[in-house]
Design a protein. Structure first.
Length: 146
C-alpha cells in the first residue's frame, strides 16, 4: 500500500485513513463492518460466527465425524478464507495484503471474543501456509478452549 499511497498529492503521499475517504463508500464500510467487528452467537455449548451453525443435522454430522470434540467442530465451522473477503474479480490481492488482513482480523476476533464472552477462553488462529503464493490457504478460525 505504501507505494500506492505515495503517488497521491503529486507524489507527497496520503495517509491510509485519508485514502479510504477518497476511494471507499458507505456501502462498503457497512459491509466491512461485518468482517471487522463480526457477530458471534452462542448455540448450546458452542460459539459460532453468526449464521455458521447451519442446520442442526449438519452440526450433528460434524459431532459424529469429530467424535464430539467441540473445539474441533468450532475450528471447522468458524474458519474463514481471507481470500474470500475480496471483491468479485478483484485484481489487487497480494500475499502481503492477505497476511496483513489475517493478522489484524486475528487481533479483532481475540478482542471481540474476550469482550463478548468474558468468562470463556478462546484460541484465535491465523494459518499462514508454507507456500506463501497460494492465497487460498490463508485461513482464520477460532474455538473455545475447553
Amino acid at each position: 500500500m505504501l507505494a500506492e499511497l505515495s503517488k497521491w498529492n503529486a507524489g507527497t503521499g496520503i495517509p491510509l485513513n485519508q485514502w479510504i475517504g477518497c476511494m471507499g463508500n458507505f456501502r462498503l464500510a457497512v459491509g466491512y463492518s461485518t468482517v471487522f467487528w463480526p457477530c458471534f452467537e452462542k448455540f448450546e455449548d458452542y460459539i459460532f460466527l453468526e449464521n455458521r451453525a447451519g442446520d442442526l443435522e449438519h452440526l450433528r454430522q460434524w459431532e459424529r465425524k469429530l467424535a464430539g470434540d467441540k473445539s474441533a467442530i468450532e475450528r471447522v465451522v468458524n474458519h474463514v478464507h481471507i481470500r474470500d473477503i475480496q471483491h468479485s474479480g478483484c485484481e489487487d490481492i497480494t500475499g502481503e495484503r492477505v497476511i496483513y488482513l489475517g493478522r489484524i482480523l486475528r487481533e479483532i476476533y481475540e478482542a471481540k471474543l474476550r469482550w463478548q464472552f468474558p468468562d470463556d477462553r478462546f484460541k484465535v488462529a491465523f494459518y499462514e501456509p508454507p507456500d506463501r503464493n497460494d492465497l487460498t490457504d490463508y485461513q482464520l478460525t477460532f474455538w473455545k478452549e475447553r
